[in-house]
Structures are given as structure tokens and as C-alpha cells.
Design a binder for this molecule. Structure first.
Ligand code: PGA
Length: 251
């Protein structure tokens, strides 16, 4: 069985004071032992989060990494090796905000994927269609192409340790959530795509749903056979709400 995961993407939020408050709130949450829980703070707050969760089973990830795996002359970027050294075990790659607002395309995304894995980080690889693409009936085609871009360059085996997050762009930060059936349909297609190359790997790869996940919608989403947890943005900034979402993923 796949172990569920709930990950909180804090995006570009937080001050030292608000992060301290969130850490404190999360430390007071009862988290299920059968769920992997992770948070993705901004680079600025990685050190504070490592120190804040000492002894608590909450993993830490970064929201981005450089295309180059190791330290070097690349002003403003952070290498995956530095993230690993700072205590990260995970990194987001291919988030739609970086794809659309910062122009990250398949080539850069694939390089970041490879850089992260070579430094021992688990990639949470984000895919998803825009509203226009969904309305044009292109959802599965778009998502499959995003995954193929990685497989064609790096091979399907990279998904043995990576996690996929299906995040329909129209559901991110909008309060609109894909219905459990809509999400399940895409998750099953993603797993089917992996299974074409490796049925064994496809059965083991975790596929998270993201897009306005709330405590109220989490249990139904996580109850679908191919939904292995969630990548949570807005709701992860509230410790009680995030704790409830984590508990919804437990058995
Ligand atoms: P949201 O963000 O939960 O605020 O919609 C999800 C994400 O972008 O990962």
C-alpha cells in the first residue's frame, strides 16, 4: 500500500513571527502516525523550521531549487545540495505558479528535477491543466505531456522516489476544488501512463491532489483509490486546518 502524504506549500508567505506561531500551532497538533507530513516554507525560514520541529515527525521541503545541483556561481539561486544540507528532504518542481508566472518550461523543470534527485531530495513534481485547457477537453493530454517531458529525458525510474502532485490550475487558490471524481479520473490516467512503462513503479508512486484542499473536502478526496494525499496551499497556513487535513489522510 502507498503511504499517504500531506504537504503544506507555504508559498511566499511568512515573517519570523508568523512562522514561529505556525510552528507552535503545528507542534500542538496530533498528527497521524501513518501519514507522511511535510511543509514547504520559503528559503528564508528553512532554518527556523528545522529548529522548530526538532523531535516532531514533520519533514521539510523547499519550494524550488537551482538547475545546477551543486554550489557555484549562480547569483540568487539555491542549489539542491545546499537544501539537503539545510535539512530539506523534499523539493517542489514544476509548480504552476512558476510555470506560468515565471515562465519555467519543460527543459528547466527537467533540469531541476535531475538536480534535486542527484542531491538526494525527493521531488514533488506538480502537473495540471488551465481552465481553458480543461474546457477544450485537453486535460489528460496536457498532464500527460508534462509527465512525458520528464520521462523522455530522465526515464520513468525517476518516479520511483518522486511524488506527483496533480494540481488543476483553475483550482489553485480559487476556492474551487476538483470534485473527487474529477480528480480521481486524472490520477488514474497519470498512474496508467506510468504503468505503460512500469506497472510495479506505477503501483507504488504517490499521486497527491492539490487545489483549494480544505479540511471539509479532504476526506472525500483522499478516499479515492488513486489519490494518496494532498498538496495544500492556503489551508496549510492555519495549523488547526492543516492538522485536520493530515488527520483526514490517516486511517
Ligand atoms: P491552494 O494551493 O491549496 O491554496 O489552492 C495549492 C498549491 O498551489 O499547491
Amino acid at each position: 500500500m502507498r503511504r499517504p502524504m500531506v504537504a503544506g506549500n507555504w508559498k511566499m508567505h511568512g515573517t519570523r513571527a508568523s512562522v514561529a506561531e505556525l510552528i507552535n500551532g503545528l507542534n500542538n497538533q496530533a498528527l497521524p502516525a501513518d501519514v507522511d507530513v511535510a511543509v514547504f516554507p520559503s528559503f528564508l525560514h528553512l532554518g527556523q523550521v528545522v529548529d522548530g520541529f526538532l523531535g516532531k515527525a514533520i519533514a521539510m521541503g523547499a519550494q524550488d531549487c537551482a538547475v545546477q545541483p551543486l554550489e557555484g556561481a549562480l547569483t540568487g539561486e539555491v542549489a539542491a545540495s545546499q537544501l539537503h544540507d539545510a535539512g530539506c528532504s523534499l523539493v517542489l518542481v514544476g509548480h504552476s505558479e512558476r510555470r506560468s508566472l515565471l515562465g519555467e518550461g519543460d527543459e528547466v523543470i527537467t533540469r531541476k528535477f535531475a538536480a534535486a534527485q542527484s542531491s538526494g531530495l525527493h521531488v514533488v513534481f506538480c502537473v495540471g491543466e488551465s481552465l481553458a485547457e480543461r474546457e477544450a477537453g485537453r486535460t489528460l493530454e496536457v498532464v500527460a505531456a508534462q509527465i512525458s517531458a520528464v520521462i523522455d529525458t530522465l526515464g520513468v525510474e525517476v518516479f520511483a522516489t518522486a511524488i506527483i502532485a496533480y494540481e488543476p490550475v483553475w483550482a489553485i487558490g480559487t476556492g474551487l476544488t476538483a470534485s473527487p471524481e474529477q480528480a480521481q479520473y486524472v490520477h488514474a490516467a497519470i498512474r496508467g501512463q506510468l504503468a505503460l512503462q512500469s506497472p510495479e513503479l506505477a503501483g507504488k508512486t504517490r499521486i497527491l491532489y492539490g487545489g483549494s484542499v480544505k479540511a471539509a473536502s479532504a476526506a472525500e478526496l483522499f478516499g479515492m483509490p488513486d489519490i494518496d494525499g494532498g498538496l495544500v496551499g492556503g489551508a496549510s497556513l492555519n495549523a488547526d486546518e492543516f492538522g485536520a487535513i493530515c488527520r483526514a489522510a490517516g486511517s
